[in-house]
Write a protein that binds this ligand. Sequence first.
Ligand SMILES: Cc1cc2nc3c(=O)[nH]c(=O)nc-3n(C[C@H](O)[C@H](O)[C@H](O)COP(=O)(O)OP(=O)(O)OC[C@H]3O[C@@H](n4cnc5c(N)ncnc54)[C@H](O)[C@@H]3O)c2cc1C
Length: 412
Amino acid sequence: MPTSRHDVVIVGAGQAGLAMSHCLSRRDIDHVVLERHEVASAWVRQRWDSLRLLTPNWMTRLPGAGPFDGPADGFAPASDVAAHLRNYASTIDAPVVSDCAVERIEPDASGWRVSTSQGAIRARAVVLATGHGTTPRIPPAATALSATLRTIGALEYKNPDAIEDGGVLVVGASASGTQIADELARAGRSVVLAVGEHVRAVRSYRGHDLYWWLERTGLLDEQYDTVDDIRRVRATPSFQLVGSDDGRRVDLDALQSRGVQLAGRLVGSERGRAIFSGSLANACASADLKLERLLSQFDQFASERGLDDLSDPWRPARTIVPEPRLEVRTAALRTVIWATGHTPTFPDIGAPVFDRLGRLVHDGGIVGTTGLYVLGLPFLRRRRSSFIDGAGADAEALAERIDAHLASRNVA
Ligand SMILES: Cc1cc2nc3c(=O)[nH]c(=O)nc-3n(C[C@H](O)[C@H](O)[C@H](O)COP(=O)(O)OP(=O)(O)OC[C@H]3O[C@@H](n4cnc5c(N)ncnc54)[C@H](O)[C@@H]3O)c2cc1C
């Protein structure tokens, strides 16, 4: 049972909450980490069985932790990530209270009143580290599909055997959607993939992993306040990429070669049919162009830095776009998997901190000037913010602000 007063309450014991705990401990700031389940629960409860990191192991870096136990260029299974985080929590001696769900936070005279399933706590500052999303973003026009079909979110998917016999519609062609469509097709299932705006990727380029390039060129460290349209960039889908031992591709060409049928963006359903837009060719052309631009950026970087130990530049062929499927009879389907991205689920917050679309308003993780902070959201402070590798620097930057906030209240 937590004591009833702390300088800082951190909500959530994933990588973000733990990294923040470490940064606060280093500054001798009193705090507690409240976790509704157990440390690293998202990596156990909200990942499919075969999931491996799509970032190489060398990117599993956390402040105060040793290197990840595994080959630097390998891709760890989710269970190993969970074990690594549990080990991290004990190494840094994080004051985690498990099975303690934060239900509501509201401002009070001392800062914040935090109501939990184990009682109330007063805190001078609160850090929301509750993850970047668990509720699937379902296109409103498509909710009617739920009436006839079994629908699940990508984070509820476990493996092909747990999906009823019959056709599967996977909606969304980002990392989750393409990986799940790939696994189902390889298990012999009939899969339609609804594809809207997407980000095509290559696993490696000129002898190096994609993330080697993103790190070297500084793209992962781009700052949120230097980007033109940060809202649009934050909503960009993830790369069509998988971390695997066989270097498998999961772009649309690879998926088609494994039997996945492509359709355009799902726009609705009527009279027993799922309806798709005819925009597939445009979406593919745009993704091909963006990938070419990214690879050209890498080439330019290589030539400016005189990197001469690289293999020759190349470009993947343009995506082969099939005749667009504009509809699929729902009778041919049994399951819909929403891989359309997720929205974060925060505890109830008794303060006006959301915009009219329900998004938390923050400036690089600082929510107003009241001692409320958020960590772990996409491109929170830098492009790598929502990766394991992004938690440390963001937590350190916010710990500095928390320190200043607590000191200013002491003076007052
Ligand atoms: C499918 C998938 C694949 C990914 N692959 C990679 C990858 O390859 N490499 C990479 O670096 N990143 C990857 N990520 C991104 C990221 O690393 C994870 O999403 C990570 O889990 C985020 O860490 P977090 O600490 O921000 O949140 P989480 O890990 O989600 O932790 C949040 C914690 O808060 C707790 N919580 C939530 N609400 C409350 C409450 N009200 N009260 C108390 N506790 C609460 C939850 O139980 C949870 O334990 C992936 C994400 C997904 C979804």
